[in-house]
Design a protein around this ligand. Structure first.
Ligand code: FDA
Length: 288
């Protein structure tokens, strides 16, 4: 399925619903459009769970090329990467070396690097590696998932060091032994953690399309006198553009997560799984 959809023209057309395009030029164009609308961006070169050292090194080279392009085109974007894209399945040292190279290049331009959070097998390694590189001076932060029981402790652990966090609900299937299964519980934990992030004094990101949680965030910021320059909202490319614009019009900062590249299948599948209505979109396009 993956081979077919990634390479067929129908697949490529459908992927445009959530993915900015296949090339770096497409991605930079998408960032420019978003910037023009008064929103910032973070670019995500798609790819994960690479199987060889050369793929990991190629992902690093791509990441550095993206950082160069962001700088050259004078667009406002950070970069998001995944450790399994940098070879984590082949060894921690390999992934750490790649991430170090990327943060070094980002340092030349004063650009922030966000390490996305993947499935729970990688949580501890990701948290620890970000701590290590941050301690060594890298401009790096990570993502924590409200569905995991451990996240409350991770929030304290990383905020104590001043590491910038993106709070998300979580996009992978995790067992009940380590993760809340009930949406209401995940949402309640998200709101609790959101309040903690806002009050921390660290510049964090509230990444969700959930209107009720966004409203709770706005209310909490206003009640506590936390200014719009102290945190940002983040949303995915192609999802709830109306909400992105509304928040911007109300004076809040919004960053759009812009994925691009040929390896869009796993990302696309996670977006479909989140919302059954997206399957209708897929089917309509297949019929067309
Ligand atoms: P929820 O799923 O409750 O959706 C709320 C509303 O948002 C829906 O009713 C619908 O209107 C809209 N919506 C949500 N998903 C949609 C979709 N796929 N298509 C159409 N509409 C949709 N996860 C992770 O595990 N690691 C990570 O590093 C990241 N990184 C990340 C960055 C950014 C900027 C965002 C916004 C999200 C992530 N995520 C992530 C994904 C996150 O964990 C979660 O799966 C999605 O954001 C969907 O959850 P919501 O918070 O939007 O709420």
């Amino acid at each position: 399925m993956r081979q077919f959809t990634e390479h067929s023209s129908v697949g490529k057309r459908i992927s445009r619903r959530f993915v900015a395009g296949l090339t770096l030029d497409d991605a930079i164009d998408a960032v420019a459009v978003v910037n023009h609308q008064g929103l910032t961006a973070t670019l995500d070169p798609l790819g994960e769970n690479v199987l060889t050292r050369s793929e990991a090194e190629a992902a690093t080279a791509t990441a550095c090329t993206i950082l160069d392009a962001i700088h050259r085109n004078q667009v406002e974007s950070t970069l998001s990467v995944k450790l399994t894209q940098l070879g984590l399945d082949l060894g921690r040292d390999l992934a750490r070396d790649q991430l170090r190279r990327i943060t070094a290049r980002a340092g030349q331009y004063n650009t922030f690097i966000r390490v996305d959070m993947e499935g729970s097998d990688y949580t501890e390694t990701t948290v620890a590696m970000v701590e290590e590189l941050f301690a060594a001076g890298a401009n790096v932060g990570t993502v924590l998932q409200a569905y995991l029981h451990r996240t409350e402790a991770d929030v304290e652990r990383l905020l104590a060091k001043g590491i910038r966090l993106r709070l998300v609900k979580g996009a992978y299937r995790e067992p009940a032994s380590i993760a809340f299964q009930d949406k209401a519980e995940v949402d309640a934990n998200y709101v609790r953690l959101m309040r903690r992030l806002l009050e921390s004094g660290v510049y964090n990101a509230i990444a969700t399309h959930d209107e009720r949680i966004i409203q709770a965030t706005v209310e909490h910021a206003q009640a506590k006198g936390i200014g719009a320059d102290k945190f940002e909202f983040q949303m995915l490319y192609g999802i709830r553009r109306d909400l992105q614009e509304r928040l911007r019009n109300e004076g809040w900062r919004v960053r759009v997560y812009i994925p691009f590249g040929p390896e869009w299948y796993p990302y696309f599948m996670r977006r479909l799984a989140e919302r059954p209505a997206n399957l209708l979109f897929l089917l309509k396009n297949l019929v067309k």
